[in-house]
Design a protein around this ligand. Structure first.
Ligand code: RP5
Length: 163
């Protein structure tokens, strides 16, 4: 297997429906990744081993999705100095506002970049990871620019605008 560039971790298999959006983007951009389910509360020891192992394996960024009392992204960030991109999962009880506030309110010194609630956040976290990789390899930056051009063209087509 190619060395993973990004590690994706989620707190439960129930998060996969949302986190699939991240995996799809990474796949489309040709990024090698590992995706796993570990819970900050239910399987903390395995989570620590995974994060430490992934950093040693050379991953450039972590994407972490969790819902409710969403400690996962913060705990990932506690075990690595690589950038951690947090995705708040939409919850039934509080629509993901609980997840968002849990992930965004990190104590000073341990940062987690927090994205939008749900699928938009999962997509954008992956696009952000590609942009980070683009700082090291121009090929990824070109791919992001091409993606933006295509997206703009689709929006114009939809709105039937002539620019
Ligand atoms: C969190 O609790 C997970 O990230 C998930 O979003 C939420 C509910 O998990 P399950 O009860 O569906 O396993 O830790």
């Amino acid at each position: 297997m190619k060395r993973p560039q990004v590690a994706v971790v989620m707190g439960s298999t129930s998060d996969l429906e949302t986190m699939k959006e991240s995996l799809e983007i990474l796949k489309n951009f040709g990024i090698s990744f590992v995706a796993r389910v570990f819970s900050a509360h239910r399987t903390p020891k395995e989570l620590e081993a995974f994060v430490v192992g992934m950093e040693q394996a050379g991953v450039r960024a972590f994407i972490a999705g969790a819902g409710g009392a969403a400690a996962l992204p913060g705990v990932v960030a506690a075990y690595t100095t690589r950038p951690v991109l947090g995705v708040p999962i939409e919850t039934r009880a509080l629509k993901g506002l609980d997840s968002l506030l849990s992930i965004v309110q990190m104590p000073a010194g341990i940062p987690v970049a927090t994205f939008a609630i749900g699928k938009a956040g999962a997509k954008n976290a992956a696009l952000f990871a590609v942009a980070l990789l683009g700082l090291e390899a121009g090929a990824y930056d070109k791919k992001v620019k091409a993606f933006r051009r295509k997206q703009a063209a689709a929006v114009r087509r939809k709105a039937k605008l002539k620019v």
